[in-house]
Design a protein around this ligand. Sequence first.
Ligand SMILES: Nc1ncnc2c1ncn2[C@@H]1O[C@H](COP(=O)(O)OP(=O)(O)OP(=O)(O)O)[C@@H](O)[C@H]1O
Ligand SMILES: [Mg+2]
Length: 311
Amino acid sequence: MFAIESEELSKVYRNGIFRRQEVAALTGFSIQVAPGQIFSLLGPNGAGKTTFIKMLLSLASPTSGSASILGQKLPDVRVREKVGYLPENHRYPGYLTGDQVLRYFGELGGAPPGAMRGRIDSLLGLVGLTQWRTMKVKKYSKGMLQRLGLAQALMNEPEILFLDEPTDGVDPVGRKEIREILKDLRQKGKTIFLNSHLLSEVELISDRVAVLDRGRLLKVGTVDEMTAAGQAYVIGIGGTLPESVALAARAFVMGLTQQGENITAECRTTAELNRVIDLLRANNVEITSVIRQRNTLEESFISLIAKEARK
Ligand SMILES: Nc1ncnc2c1ncn2[C@@H]1O[C@H](COP(=O)(O)OP(=O)(O)OP(=O)(O)O)[C@@H](O)[C@H]1O
Ligand SMILES: [Mg+2]
């Protein structure tokens, strides 16, 4: 059973006079998320990421297609008992304290009164807000609000967490802390569904990634699969590379450039890389290091979206 599954899910919003203006927010979107994974949905602004989460939570109704959560076919509001949700741009009433926000959401979600205090305490500790618990949230910084939002999403011990841009406005140290919390939750068996455009971050924690653009799924796979296209190796050498050796290498590799004591060789296979190394050694070039360079998810993402825009 999948934690989350969607099949040909589509959403068309109708706006304006006589609802004549149509926006295809999501088109034929099918994905499967295994339990216990961190799954990230990536896409530029307006791609349809939030729309997808809203349909899964029955906050928006699909125009066509179907979806299920933990095997329960949607729409089914009972599913909400098993999910936690951190919406994007959430606003808590400013006159409540952090403590009261969690109590409020705990009560809404039906947390047992006896367990409330303990749960609030441990979640405030988890997100590092214990010392700010009695401060009104109108005085909270953006980062503090996001942490509180994460605690709120966990208040009813969900099996699946939906986090829409959870690190929006959080500084790098805070982002790292949130990543650690998410990894820890994964270890405890939770499924985490993340919407983000912070690619550098997503690639550090996601088991799988889907790229969405203008409502359409462009690609889905592991971070490695998404970024495996380029096979560039940086070979550190002692001294300079004789031009004749560079020429000989260029005859069989995709590309070879030199910058100071570093050679960047673009190879199709590791056999090709070894041939370059053999060639260097045969010409008495000293090798000091070999590093496999990887495309970052950011580069793959930009080239994927750019390719789509050219279509
Ligand atoms: N309630 C709505 N009524 C009409 N159109 C909507 C509504 N909600 C979203 N849209 C439109 O649907 C498209 C997808 O929006 P959505 O919010 O899902 O994108 P997103 O990927 O979450 O973007 P962002 O990264 O900016 O949060 C956009 O063109 C948006 O204008
Ligand atoms: Mg959004």
